[in-house]
Write a protein that binds this ligand. Structure first.
Ligand code: 4NP
Length: 162
C-alpha cells in the first residue's frame, strides 16, 4: 500500500508546491517512489489551475528542483485518499480541521514544521506571497529541513527500507 502525502497551503502556488517538489526529490533520492506518493492543494480556490508563482519556480530552480502541476483546491474526499494532510501554517491547519468529516480524518492533519528538527511546536511557514523574492528562498530552506524531518518520520513510522 502506498503512503500518500498531501501538502496544503492557502493558494497552492507558493509553499505547498515547494514542499511537494522537495519531498518528491527526497523520495526519489531514497529510491522510495514505490512506497510514497506526493501531492499538494490549497484551501482556497483563488488560484485554481494556475502554475506556481514565478518566484516559487525561481527559488526551486535555484536549488535544482523543478515543480510540476497546477493549483487545485483541497476537497473533503482527499481525506480518504491521503494518510498525511500537512498544513503550512496554523490557519491552513484550522481550515483543514473544519473540513475533516470525522476523527480519522482529523488524525491525518499535521503541521509541516512539527517535523522540523529543533523547531518549536506550532511554528508557521511564513506566507511569502506579499513579500519580496527573499521570502521565497527562506521558505525553501525551512521546507527543506522540515521535509527531511518528515522523510525520517515516515521511513521509521512505516518501516520503509532506508
Ligand atoms: P501559498 O501563498 O498559500 O503559499 O500558495 C499564497 C498565494 C496566494 C495568496 C496568498 C498566499 N493570495 O492571497 O492570493
Amino acid at each position: 500500500m502506498k503512503i500518500r502525502i498531501c501538502f496544503v497551503c492557502l493558494g497552492n502556488i507558493c509553499r505547498s508546491p515547494t514542499a511537494e517538489g522537495i519531498m518528491r526529490s527526497l523520495v526519489e533520492e531514497a529510491g522510495l517512489e514505490e512506497y510514497i506518493e506526493i501531492d499538494s492543494a490549497g484551501t482556497s480556490a483563488e488560484h485554481l489551475d494556475e502554475e506556481p508563482d514565478p518566484r516559487t519556480h525561481e527559488a526551486a530552480e535555484e536549488n535544482g528542483i523543478s515543480l510540476v502541476g497546477t493549483a487545485r483546491q483541497f476537497e473533503i474526499e482527499d481525506f480518504a485518499e491521503f494518510e498525511y494532510v500537512i498544513g503550512m501554517d496554523g490557519e491552513n491547519r484550522d481550515e483543514l480541521s473544519s473540513l475533516a468529516p470525522d476523527e480519522t480524518a482529523e488524525e491525518k492533519i499535521f503541521l509541516i514544521r512539527d517535523f522540523e528538527p529543533r523547531a518549536r511546536r506550532d511554528q508557521d511557514v511564513p506566507d511569502p506571497y506579499y513579500g519580496g523574492s527573499d521570502g521565497f528562498g527562506e521558505v525553501f530552506e525551512i521546507l527543506k529541513n522540515a521535509c527531511r524531518g518528515l522523510m525520517e518520520h515516515v521511513v521509521i513510522q512505516h518501516d520503509l527500507p532506508s
